[in-house]
Ligand binder design. Structure first.
Ligand SMILES: [Zn+2]
Length: 334
């Protein structure tokens, strides 16, 4: 942690002192602002200076084992807030939630810089904690979670929907000093291959206006062109995955059975566009197949004018009737 308290509750920020100044304070006693247990100064040659609980102490609000990436990232974001005159609180302890976001901006926006492994359960708990208490939250991902060719569960969970930029994931590269916005994130059907755009900001160059302007400006999602051979590749992978008994696709397949058609035989049109929202996954194929002639025109017509009829068919696929895009992670599977 970078913020501790003295015996009389005065806040001490590590970033305000040099390594040698901190060394002179070593004899003083400092306490965790969350659990009020005594904490120890870590001021060695390898990691940036920080405080940590004495091993064995249990604290609900601070997870230990801070990495250099996490410490440096917090420093970068703090400096950026200073430069941009953004009111912020580092490691703000929120007693009601027993949570401590890395940053609290403007008393309402929590920023979490996530570098270490985090389970989806903990992610949901923390996110729910913020949202249900009137805070917004942005997860900024560290190196472990940088976007690659496929989406990991936590990356999916950290996505937020933005009206101008589609699905967005932020990441901070402390080595290159870059803040990266990945946006318009789309997933190829069946293969899961990712398509997205990326904007890179130098952390020492961006100010808050640039960022606001960036988020406010409209972007048109790039239309991704696909060839017939890519469609064939997707169809082939579909068959491979069914043979391997991929649980997601088997679920889609069994829904298709009920309507008397096979996933392997649906029309090419159902595959276009070859990408969809990563929140949906491959169940979108079922919906498209219903529409694209998997069922008779009469049944489809019935679905269109009779919503319960359609909803009945989508029962096994809650993500297809998603109402709150901010809680998309409710439908994620491990
Ligand atoms: Zn503590």
């Amino acid at each position: 942690m970078l913020y501790v308290e003295t015996k009389i509750g005065k806040k001490i920020g590590v970033l305000d002192y040099s390594k040698s100044e901190l060394e002179q304070m070593r004899t003083e006693k400092f306490y965790c602002p969350g659990c009020h247990q005594a904490v120890r100064l870590k001021n060695g040659p390898i990691l940036s200076a920080h405080f940590a609980h004495i091993s064995g102490d249990v604290c609900e609000s601070f997870s230990e084992g801070e990495t250099e990436e996490h410490l440096k990232g917090k420093k970068i974001i703090a400096e950026w807030c200073e430069r941009s005159s953004i009111p912020y609180e580092l490691e703000a302890y929120l007693p009601k939630l027993k949570q401590r976001p890395d940053f609290l901006i403007d008393k309402r926006l929590a920023i979490e810089f996530q570098c270490s492994p985090l389970s989806l359960e903990r992610f949901k708990e923390r996110t729910e904690g913020y949202l249900s208490n009137g805070y917004e939250v942005i997860w900024v991902l560290g190196r472990r979670y940088f976007l690659g060719e496929r989406l990991a569960t936590l990356q999916k969970a950290a996505m937020t929907y933005h009206v101008n930029r589609g699905l967005v994931v932020w990441q901070l590269d402390i080595e290159k000093q870059e803040m990266i916005c990945n946006y318009n994130i789309q997933r190829q059907l069946v293969t899961g291959k990712l398509f997205y755009n990326k904007t890179i900001f130098r952390v020492d160059k961006i100010d808050s206006q640039t960022l606001t302007h960036y988020m406010m400006s409209m972007t048109k999602p790039k239309t991704i062109q696909f060839s017939k051979s890519e469609l064939n590749e997707v169809r082939l992978e579909l068959i491979r995955k069914l043979v391997r008994k991929d649980s997601q696709l088997l679920k889609v397949q069994s829904a298709c059975y009920k309507e008397f058609f096979l996933l392997q035989t649906i029309a090419d049109e159902c595959f276009y566009p070859l990408v969809s929202s990563p929140v949906l996954g491959d169940e979108i194929l079922y919906l498209r197949a219903l529409y694209g002639g998997g069922i008779s025109t009469n049944v489809w017509y019935d679905c269109l004018i009779n919503r319960p009829e359609l909803l009945k068919r989508l029962e096994g696929f809650p993500s297809l009737v998603l109402r709150d895009p901010n809680k998309a992670y409710d439908y994620l599977e491990f």
